[in-house]
Design a protein around this ligand. Structure first.
Ligand code: HEC
Length: 122
């Protein structure tokens, strides 16, 4: 009896872990990189992750990322002044943006896809 109980607990643990992985997998699969719009999908990424520093009346390093024009001016600029250059760096890289963490894969892929589609102001 005790053995069965023990086995049940192990099974529950395994199932809950598997479920978590499926969720991650689901997020990757459900990441829509084809239907990407600036206002709806791209601007919010900058609003949540960048504008606390790169926004307002005195933005970090005088770089404001609040409008379409400001964002496309830097999106694929060469070297470390480029947005893409900064967000694709490895975790732990001091030049990674936002400072201290990396955007989710889905967010980076959406930005890249928006660029490849001609970074439309839609
Ligand atoms: C916590 C504050 C903070 C956040 C959040 C932040 N940045 Fe920055 N960013 C800085 C600082 C400070 C610098 C200057 C130091 C450096 O170049 O690493 C900088 C520099 C940059 C530069 C280079 C500017 C230049 O003229 O060379 C880019 C591009 C940039 N950030 C993009 C972003 C993007 C895109 C996001 C959001 C995904 C973001 N940053 C989020 C603080 C921040």
């Amino acid at each position: 009896m005790k053995k069965i109980f023990f086995l049940l607990i192990i099974m529950l643990l395994v199932i809950s872990c598997a479920y978590e992985n499926q969720n991650d997998l689901f997020n990757e699969i459900s990441c829509d990189t084809l239907d990407v719009q600036f206002e709806r999908d791209i601007l919010p990424i900058f609003a949540y992750n960048c504008q606390s520093c790169h926004g307002g009346p005195s933005p970090s390093v005088y770089l404001s990322l609040e409008t379409y024009d400001q964002i496309i001016e830097r999106i694929d600029a060469p070297g470390i002044s480029g947005i893409l250059n900064r967000i694709e760096r490895n975790e732990g890289d001091i030049l990674l943006m936002p400072q201290g963490y990396k955007l989710q894969n889905c967010e980076i892929n959406k930005i890249k896809s928006w660029i490849n589609q001609g970074y439309m102001n839609n």
